[in-house]
Design a protein around this ligand. Structure first.
Ligand SMILES: [Fe+2]
Length: 406
């Protein structure tokens, strides 16, 4: 909560900074005072309308499950502006601090030398100013990329999982994972149907859904269940629930809606997956964390609800939205955990490392495959977004696991 309050405060200050920058630009470019004020008033009115739509009371009571004109024209540009201007403000501050220190030192030196000439290097100063301008503009460009392309640039990841005790009948068994759907105006039902068709086209043996079907609005649960109802796999479609499903209060109801379409949500439950007389053990748990996470209370003993279901004589695979259960899963001898939750950071500096992401603040398991002795975890980046419909360096993902003995 403290992180959100701090971000909100910085956002407020950043908006004042950009208002000042905007007025300075207008003052330099529009000589007529009347025109200048008219332009500023028009920009302010558009800003307040977009702010009121996104933060105020006249947003629809029910979250739309298709992209509405209002969301396209008022929500998307405002959310792009909010995050880009916040990051650009912090970049501007990073450049302003050393510039302020150097400027102060220079003035001090000039004063000491009294009549001496001030040490200046105009080409260097110009270079630094241009660098600062480009660096400050970069978040706006990156934000536009993440909104228009990054969040839609689906990657189908093929991942081989080697399991020492895999029965021969399951050699080459393929599991398809979808996670963090977050149905809403920026993940419309139609889009989810496309992802479901892509998952089916991979011809998996089994499909795993690892939670966060909705974001906050319980009214959207029927639409997301309908959109996923076309998923087909010969060994079935199974799922677990995420923190947003709990926060929206739909854990029981969405489980029942899924049941009606043939999808089984595993809530502290296990099911044997059998083929030619051999089986592996598939388990699923609701979101659980050892730390307080939003309205979710901390859980003292992670995975306590499935402790007795782990079968030491069979391969055990766990569907757990929160990757933080991995440490306990390894202790319990669970061979493979499939998780989501992080969105791969949603905005990660992937060109340096996908590990450099906001999610790193809450979990060491941001994205991809992790190993512990006798246990593995894969964190899927999900397909949806939360808060801002932007993905940078963390493209949406459908994972196809191929199980192999070894
Ligand atoms: Fe999520």
């Amino acid at each position: 909560m403290a992180i959100f309050s701090t971000l909100y405060l910085i956002l407020g200050v950043s908006q004042l900074y950009w208002a000042w920058r905007g007025y300075s630009l207008a003052a330099a470019r529009i000589p007529s005072r009347a025109w200048r004020w008219a332009v500023c008033a028009a920009v302010l009115a558009a800003y307040l309308a977009a702010y009121e739509y996104n933060m105020g009371a006249w947003r629809e009571a029910v979250t739309p499950v298709r992209l509405t004109l209002r969301d396209a024209l008022l929500a998307a540009p405002f959310l792009w502006w909010a995050i880009s201007s916040l990051v650009a403000f912090m970049v501007a501050i990073l450049f302003a601090i050393p510039r302020g220190i150097v400027g102060g030192a220079r003035r001090l030196l000039a004063r000491r030398r009294a009549a001496g000439p001030e040490i200046q290097s105009p080409p260097r100063r110009q270079f630094l100013e241009r660098t600062a301008t480009v660096a400050t503009a970069a978040p706006f460009v990156a934000g536009a990329y993440g909104l228009l392309y990054g969040r839609l640039n689906l990657q189908v990841t093929a991942q081989t999982i080697r399991l020492a005790n895999l029965p021969r009948a399951f050699e080459g068994f393929r599991i398809c994972q979808l996670s963090d759907i977050h149905i809403g105006p920026f993940m419309p039902a139609e889009e989810i149907r496309k992802y479901a068709a892509i998952a089916n086209a991979q011809k998996p043996d089994l499909i795993a859904l690892t939670g966060d079907f909705v974001t906050f609005d319980p009214h959207t649960q029927q639409a997301v269940v309908d959109a996923l109802s076309g998923l087909r796999a010969p060994f079935g479609v199974y799922g677990s629930l995420g923190n947003h499903d709990a926060w929206a209060g739909v854990e029981d109801s969405i489980t029942e809606l899924f049941r009606q379409t043939g999808v089984r949500i595993l809530r502290g439950a296990s099911v044997p997956i059998a083929d030619r007389g051999e089986t592996f053990n598939l388990m699923g748990v609701d979101f659980q964390s050892s730390r307080r996470f939003g309205p979710s209370p901390p859980v003292k003993h992670l995975l306590k609800d499935i402790e007795g279901m782990v079968d030491p004589h069979r391969v055990n695979i766990l569907l757990s939205h929160n990757p933080d259960t991995f440490d306990r899963a390894a202790e319990l001898g669970i061979d493979l955990s499939l998780a989501g939750h992080t969105h791969g950071g949603q905005a990660a500096l992937e060109f340096i490392s996908p590990e450099i992401a906001p999610s790193r603040l809450v979990t060491p398991y941001v994205a991809g495959l992790f190993h512990k002795p006798g246990s593995q975890l894969y964190v899927n980046r999900g397909i949806g977004t939360i808060f801002i419909p932007i993905r940078i360096g963390a493209p949406p993902e459908i994972t196809i696991y191929s199980l192999s003995r070894g």
